[in-house]
Write a protein that binds this ligand. Sequence first.
Ligand SMILES: Nc1ncnc2c1ncn2[C@@H]1O[C@H](COP(=O)(O)OP(=O)(O)OP(=O)(O)O)[C@@H](O)[C@H]1O
Length: 301
Amino acid sequence: MSPPALTVTDLTMSYGELRAVDGVSFEVAEGEFVGILGPNGAGKTTTLEIAEGLREPDSGTVRLLGESPWPRNLALLPRIGVQLQASAFFEKLTAREQLETFGALYGVGSARVDEMLDLVGLSDKAGTPEAKLSGGQRQRLSIACALVHDPDVVFLDEPTAALDPQARRNLWDVLREIQARGKTIVYTTHYLDEAEVLCDRVAIMDQGRILAMDTPARLVRDLDAATHVTLERGALPADDARALPGADGVTQDEVSLTIATRAPAPLLTALAERGTLDGLQVRTATLEDVFLHLTGREYRA
Ligand SMILES: Nc1ncnc2c1ncn2[C@@H]1O[C@H](COP(=O)(O)OP(=O)(O)OP(=O)(O)O)[C@@H](O)[C@H]1O
């Protein structure tokens, strides 16, 4: 395991009576892609801003690349890239000029600007004023701005929020490419499904606390939740379904019959032998089930 790029220990932060961050501790290894997940108001942005050194916590400590980011640590700035939830661009500049202006703050040349435009797929929009970019293009430009000085650690606050599904997926490719270049990524999202496919580890946050942090696969596996196999109603009598190897329970509604199982392989083999695979759907547990288990509430982004 690489040394930690980020260690936060026992952070707390209140706004008046509201405890927005309530004893948060976690570590992010170098090169790791970590997602902080949770519903609105969970405390994700506040946690991220403290880790970036943009906010002072009420208590707790942060070590970022071995240093404290607060009070404002100028030595850290070239080594971290920050994309805020509301992106701030310079007025009236084109995509390329935005990047050149951010880059100039760090002495970055135009070759790097071209590389960044290419990385985020905006080379053909280089001459377009920022105000005329689509929402997804603007998000990608703001990520490019956070990366232009080649930082080691990148913080992204909901980079995929408010994008259509295609634009979200395009951004996923960008995020994967950033990680492939060896960067450490810490990002926040409402989208549990997205974090499940992108992140090495996720922290599930609710009401200012981290309830669990692990790889998505381990979080789901530790639930020990049943897999649900759904058939069209009438494909198999319910009593026959109950008698199948591995069947733990059977439920029916007007259109379907669902078998819960913790041993999907023998169950699916038995269904195949009966020729009842047409229209079959298999649903395994997801991070949404993990959230439900941890909080007792359905997940609502
Ligand atoms: N500057 C502020 N003043 C007062 N309350 C705040 C402030 N910033 C955040 N809060 C409150 O603190 C809590 C945590 O907010 P935070 O933005 O960290 O959550 P979040 O998980 O990032 O939410 P979202 O997903 O909606 O961005 C929320 O209840 C929010 O209303």
